[in-house]
Design a protein around this ligand. Structure first.
Ligand SMILES: [Fe+2]
Ligand SMILES: [Fe+2]
Length: 299
């Protein structure tokens, strides 16, 4: 089984990323996967999310999506709250464009299952030695640096409540898989393992690292021997770790765009090719690190 995976495309709303999206599609077709996975953060605009998924849909194979935090940023003019986007709209958009939104429905192919979640952060990735008070994380502001979800996620849950909710849902989704499922691929936007996060020993970077994920999600994955692979996004620094019975990777593209608009090199690095053979997971030519480093930043 061959999987093509990418996350964090962050498509610009002005149409200027159309060639980038076309290039991603071409690369996925070249890999010719059995399954195509996108781990969130296509756009804060549901219209752009919809158009992009339509462009990226590959005929005849399952195309799987999980929402990222940006995909559920509320849209005031359209009257769309984060909760409405997460619980209904992203799933509807996926269905309309030939994608399965994994948090709504796991995808099962014989003995192999794909289970998905947006994941969330409960500050378990924070660096305790920084001694930043809990309230700073809750307020998402420290010494003038702001984590933008504070302005754009309008649900009433605290981050701890949201993380707890999504983790409980993950436990449930794993518990109801059919008996014949012996291997599970977990797809999430936020990271399940601290070791996937890059710390830089400087602020505000290491303050923001607290928002990358939850160690409790990782504990759930490690407690289920069926899980052989975890694919995530959110952190824009790509990483790969091996942990007990599973391989965990993050597959973001990010906010960089080459000045000459030649996306070929960037896209080749961004789309991960993963080969699963029984419990064996191979990721040939996987590119780690920040693939947008040195490129003009578009946001
Ligand atoms: Fe992102
Ligand atoms: Fe994100």
């Amino acid at each position: 089984m061959r999987i093509a995976a990418i996350s964090d495309i962050h498509v610009r709303p002005d149409g200027s990323d159309e060639p980038l999206v076309a290039e991603i599609r071409e690369r996925v077709e070249e890999i010719a996967p059995d399954i195509f996975v996108i781990a969130g953060d296509i756009s804060d605009h549901s219209k752009v999310l919809s158009e992009t998924l339509r462009s990226l849909h590959i005929e005849d194979i399952p195309c799987l999506y999980v929402a990222g935090n940006h995909d559920i940023w509320f849209e005031e003019k359209a009257g769309l709250s984060s909760l409405r986007k997460y619980s209904h709209l992203v799933g509807e958009i996926c269905n309309r464009n030939g994608f399965i939104h994994l948090p709504d429905q796991s995808y099962i192919d014989g003995k192999l299952a794909f289970v998905g979640s947006i994941g969330w952060s409960d500050y378990t990735f924070r660096r305790p030695e920084l001694e930043i008070p809990e309230e700073r994380y809750e307020e998402k502001e420290y010494q003038g640096a702001v984590w933008y979800d504070v302005f754009n996620i309008d649900w009433e849950f605290t981050d701890r409540e949201a993380t707890n909710l999504f983790n409980r849902k993950l436990v449930y989704d794993l518990s109801i898989l059919p008996d014949e499922v012996t291997r599970v691929v977990y797809v999430s936007h936020h990271l399940p393992f601290k070791e996937l996060t890059l710390y830089k020993d400087r602020l505000p970077w290491d303050f923001f690292s607290a928002y990358m994920g939850s160690t409790k999600t990782g504990e759930i994955l490690l407690s289920d021997e069926r899980v052989i692979l975890s694919i995530s996004g959110h952190s824009h620094v790509r990483n790969r770790i091996e942990k007990e019975h599973l391989t965990a990777i993050s597959v973001p593209l990010g906010y960089g765009r080459p000045q000459d608009n030649d996306f070929t090199g960037l896209v080749r690095q961004a789309v991960a090719e993963i080969v699963i053979d029984n419990r064996d997971v191979r990721i040939p030519d996987f590119v780690e690190g920040d693939i947008c480093r040195g490129l003009p930043y578009v946001r």
